[in-house]
Design a protein around this ligand. Sequence first.
Ligand SMILES: *Cc1c(COP(=O)(O)O)cnc(C)c1O
Length: 409
Amino acid sequence: MTNPGNIAFLDLVALHAELEEELCAVLRQSLRTAGFVGGPMVESFESDFAKFCEAQHCVGVSSGTDALRFALMAAGVAPGSAVITVPNTFIATAEAISQAGAVPYFIDVHQRTYNMDPEKLREFLDEECSHDELRGRTVHKASGTPVVAVVPVHLYGQMADMDAIVELAERYNLAVIEDACQAHGAKYFSEREQRWRPAGSVGKAAAFSFYPGKNLGACGEGGAITTNDAELAKRARMLRDHGQSKKYYHDVEGYNGRLDSIQAGFLKTKLQHLSRWNAQRQANAERYNELLSGHTDVVTLPYEPSWSRAVYHLYVVQVADRDAVQQRLGSAGIGTGIHYPIPLHLQKAYSRLQYGPGAFPVAEAAAERILSLPMFPSLTAEQQVRVVEQLTAAAQDSVGEPALAVGEK
Ligand SMILES: *Cc1c(COP(=O)(O)O)cnc(C)c1O
């Protein structure tokens, strides 16, 4: 038996209880038509999700990982090239780059937002790469590898600083593929365009995941690519379906990477609730901020720049002696997570890339101190009060270096 006083890190049961009738209706409709792969349910969800992201096209696929891989391939990333991303992300970001035949090159992140630091991207491109204006090619000088794309990750539900990244990408002729797998509905104020842009509408293409725990989750696996580029959308549609241009006419070798129609039906239903869920997450984040505001000497809060409207896929704080704090919260029945404990450049899977400890000091330091608190739409104020009581007591007691002060850059 679970203790009723326990607070889960993520409560997916409550969310689905609320939707049970609506979701069962979708399932019944699917069984009656037996159109399980492709068809009107997929197209209808794609059209709704494209609208939600203010993008012209949406291509439903079988996971966020496939969305990233197909987006990269459809954008022209080919074997032997390099794609830039960050080390503090879920491994799927880098896996997709490798699966497209390219090599991931990492750039360190901004200390406060945990997202790609445009200044470090600029340094890498200006100092370590050369750009051939005539051929429009960027080459990494030391390895001779062409650099063709950049994948900013909108981590924890907050968009990366896209104006600066897009500007650099334009100058160096790189395709920008957003990893929006944690950022359904997040917004960024573009100074260039003088308007708010949703995740999935800024880059050449974007990848979303509908893994159950994401802000918009399927009841199984799913993903999508959004883009304003009709040709790219067409190539992604071919890649997800064995490279077919029409049935049994294969223009290229592709994959079995489709979104199935039952999941598309579930997602279409859930999408109607997403804005409300995101608003609840934002309200929960604000409440955490208020409750923790007197404790910023021991707990570093998330930072939301004025140009950002984050959707708090995760609410991530920093504490000294994080593992001890996490254990204390666990003993008190409070679930937490670490996203992510080991930056990708230090994972065994990427030892071949030959980065060592110290290569990305900001990402490495954050990995030691970050802690994701319970965050989901139906989290109650009482639960948050209890989380904060336990967290601040544990953080106070744990000895270690002081947390970063709020105003610090
Ligand atoms: C979840 C996630 C992915 C992968 O999505 P799947 O649907 O699990 O394949 C990729 N990148 C990030 C940042 C994610 O959080």
